[in-house]
Structures are given as C-alpha cells and as structure tokens.
Design a protein around this ligand. Structure first.
Ligand code: HEM
Length: 409
C-alpha cells in the first residue's frame, strides 16, 4: 500500500529510540512494528526534531501522562516544527477550548458542550445518518468499483455535523474544501490551520449563519451554542465560531478515518466480513475492536515544568506525543493486541483518549461508525479490495485510509 507523501526535505529516521519522527514515511505506512520494538527497548523514546520531543509507547505511560495535568499542558496538541507563539492565547484557555485548555478553565469549557453530545441527542440523528448512508450508496450504485473512503466514509461525518449545526446540506461543499486544506497541510499545527481557514471564506460563512441564528433561534447546535453560558455570560459569537471550527477539525477526519479503516479491514478479511454479515449482533463489539486496533487519533502535550518521568529528563516546553493507537496495541493491556477479534469482550481501549480531555464526540462517532458499517454491509455483503497499491494513508496525527478502491461486484 502506498502512503500520502510527507515532506521530502527531512532526513529519514535510522534510530527510532533517539531520533523518531512521526511524519517519516515508514511510520506513516506502518507505525505498529516501530512501537512494538520501542516498547521493549525503552519506556520513552526521544528526538531532537521539532525542538525536542518525547514518545511514550506503553499503555501505562500514555495513561499516566494523560491524567497528569499538573506536569503537562494541552496548550498545543499537535507536534510540529512551529512552536506556539507568545501571542497565542496561553493556557488555561488556549486557542480552541476545551481541547487546548487546562484546569480549572477546561471543566467549564467542556461542561457547556456536553449536553449537545449526550446519547439521547445523538440518537436523534440516527435516522438522518442512515438515510444519508443509503443516499451515498445509491449515488454509486451503478459502479463495479467504489472508493469506500472518498465516495462514502468522508461524507458521513461531514454531512452529519452540517445537519447538527443547522446548515443547509447543499453547503457541505464549503466544509469539504476546508477539510481538504487541513489534511493537505500536515506539517502546520492544527491551531494555525484553524487560523488560516480558507482565506476567511469559512469564517465569513460561519458568521453569516451565526447572524441568522441570532435573528431567528432554532432547535440546532448553532442556537444551542449561542444560548450557552460561561461564567454567567452568553458566549461571544467569536467563541461560538471557534467552537464550530474545533468541532469540524475534531469530528470529521477522525470519524472518516475510523469508518474507512473498518471498511478496509472488512475488504481484506473475508472471514470477519462473513461473520459480521451472518451475525449482526457482533456489530457493537466489532466497532469497539476496529476503534482499538485502528485508532486514528494521536494527540500531544507540552511539558509544563522540568521534571523526571520514567528516568527521562523532561524539560519545560518539550513536546510529548501521545499515541493512543500505541496504547491500544500494548500486549500488557490487551491479550493478542495485534489481532482483530471482532467479539473481544473486554476492551477498555484508549481510541477516544484518557483523562479530562476524553473525546466529547464519542457517542456521535460510535453512532456514525455503527450505522455506516451496517448500511454498507446491507448493500454489499460481498466486497474486496480492488488494488492494494492504490490505498493511501494520511500523514500526521490523524491516521486513516484516504483511498480505498473496493470491488463490489
Ligand atoms: C472515531 C472518531 C473520533 C476519535 C477517534 C476521536 C478521538 C479523540 C481523542 C483521542 C481526544 C482526546 C484529546 C486529548 O487528549 O488531547 C478527543 C477529544 C475531543 N473530541 Fe474526539 N474523536 C473522534 C470523533 C469526534 C467527534 C465526532 C467530535 C465532535 C463533533 C469530537 C470532538 C472532540 C472534542 C470537542 C474533544 C476535546 C475534549 C476536551 O478537550 O475535553 N471527536 N477526541
């Protein structure tokens, strides 16, 4: 399988313990053996790249760092050559609350969003999601080869969030362009990418929708955000727009990656595909297992002040990459960690993160994933990967297949 090429001006990695780079083509293509060998070599790897960064690969270490908000800040959650500038909003708020916030502010910023992503609210979007999946499958019904990523997985989270925000479905194209810009700029920190926002086009679009909702409140996520209060005050429209951008960044390519990885697995493992078709009651455990094995999201922290972690001299301002996907493959936590067991009963995976920043959209992501797989299998109980050499993966901290050509008949 080929990969989306990361920057070509970088030195290839020859020593993963002392010089790792998560944008190296070897990592992008297949990070799992790298993490496996690091797990036995050292608890935490280091690199001088990115101005100095650490890489824990065991479940224990990733867990400990995620829960330790005293020594680690979420001020910047994407490792890059560009460090957060002095003009950026400092912790505890950060540029995209709550994901870039630290305690105590984080709890308030998170609390105000929670009701919009609770299980009951999300269940209300199930029938829309199901109809959408069917519509996407109808649109390619005459083809023998369908791209499960481009023609299907990509559109599902995009159009569901457009629906939740109360925007016209015909405007999904604005967001699609924005997401492409984000995915192409893998070496630019997400915070900066959020600032670029398509030369102001996205901001102008969101401002227009916010103005409409202020004039005429509706029963949707935009009006919910405009009515939400923080410290007894309504959110400023700029804050609402920032939160919308965060939801787009956090919710679309993550879920697209998870749906795509699951369909890629089923396209290449006929035994699991047949088992799931014959016994749909396995769907819930299968979804959790796909999330565990193909977890798409790696986050980062910055060291808040100098201290020693597992014998390593962490210095204030060092990056720490948090590969939740590596935690999910740790054999000390999961028996047969590299195996996909679609009926795995005990599965406390870390795909949605650990600690105070645990994914706020997990109900939504799970719902989309379950319905996407269910509807795909209802339409195509039999399908297989057409050309493995045309499968590509995204580079960067959200990893997932971006091209999955499958033969459906
Ligand atoms: C399969 C899909 C998804 C995966 C694997 C995923 C993964 C994650 C992870 C690992 C974190 C933790 C961040 C950290 O520790 O720094 C996170 C946080 C977050 N996610 Fe997701 N996510 C997914 C889908 C979504 C969706 C659909 C939404 C909403 C539209 C969303 C919204 C958020 C938000 C707002 C946070 C920040 C929470 C906080 O800081 O308290 N995510 N996600």
């Amino acid at each position: 399988m080929s990969t989306t090429e990361p920057r070509s001006d970088k030195r290839p990695v020859t020593d993963w313990e002392t010089d790792w780079d998560h944008t190296d083509p070897a990592w992008v293509a297949n990070p799992y053996p790298i993490w496996e060998s690091l797990r036995s070599a050292c608890p935490v790897a280091h690199t001088e790249r990115f101005g100095g960064a650490w890489l824990p690969v065991t479940h224990d270490a990733i867990h400990a760092i995620s829960y330790d908000t005293e020594h680690f800040t979420s001020r910047s959650v994407v490792v890059s050559e560009l460090r957060p500038g002095d003009n950026d909003l400092p912790a505890p708020i950060g540029i995209a609350p709550p994901i870039t916030s630290d305690p105590p502010f984080h709890a308030d910023a998170r609390r105000l969003l929670l009701p919009a992503f609770g299980p009951k609210v999300i269940a209300g979007y199930e029938s829309f999601t199901r109809d959408l999946c069917r519509e996407l499958l109808d649109a390619v019904a005459d083809r023998d080869i369908v791209d499960a990523a481009v023609d299907y997985a990509q559109d599902i989270p995009l159009r569901v969030i457009v629906k939740m925000l109360g925007f016209p479905q015909s405007d999904a194209e604005v967001f699609r362009r924005f997401i492409h810009m984000i995915l192409e700029a893998v070496d630019v920190p997400a915070e900066e990418r959020m600032n670029e926002r398509e030369g102001g086009e996205l901001d102008a679009y969101l401002d227009a929708r916010i103005a409409e909702h202020l004039a005429e409140p509706r029963d949707d996520l935009t009006s919910f955000l405009l009515q939400a209060e923080l410290g007894g005050e309504k959110l400023h429209p700029d804050h609402v727009r920032g939160t919308m951008v965060l939801l787009l960044v956090a919710g679309i390519d993550t879920t697209w990656s998870a749906i795509g990885a699951s369909l890629l697995h089923l396209a290449t493992h006929a035994d699991d595909r047949r088992r799931l078709v014959d016994d749909p009651s396995l769907l819930d455990t299968a979804v959790e297992e796909f999330l565990r094995v193909y977890a798409p999201v790696t986050m980062a922290r910055m060291v808040a002040h100098d201290f020693e972690f597992e014998g390593c001299p962490f210095k204030a301002g060092d990056w720490v990459l948090l590969p939740f996907p590596a935690a999910n493959r740790d054999p000390a936590m999961f028996p047969e960690a590299d195996k996909v067991l679609i009926d795995r009963a005990e599965n406390r995976h870390a795909a949605f993160g650990l600690g105070i920043h645990r994914c706020l959209g997990s109900n939504l992501a799970r719902m989309e994933l379950r319905i996407a797989i269910e509807e795909w299998l209802a339409r195509y109980p039999d399908f297989e990967l057409d050309d493995p050499s045309r499968v590509t993966f995204s580079a960067g901290q959200v990893r997932g297949p971006r091209r999955i050509p499958v033969r459906v008949r």
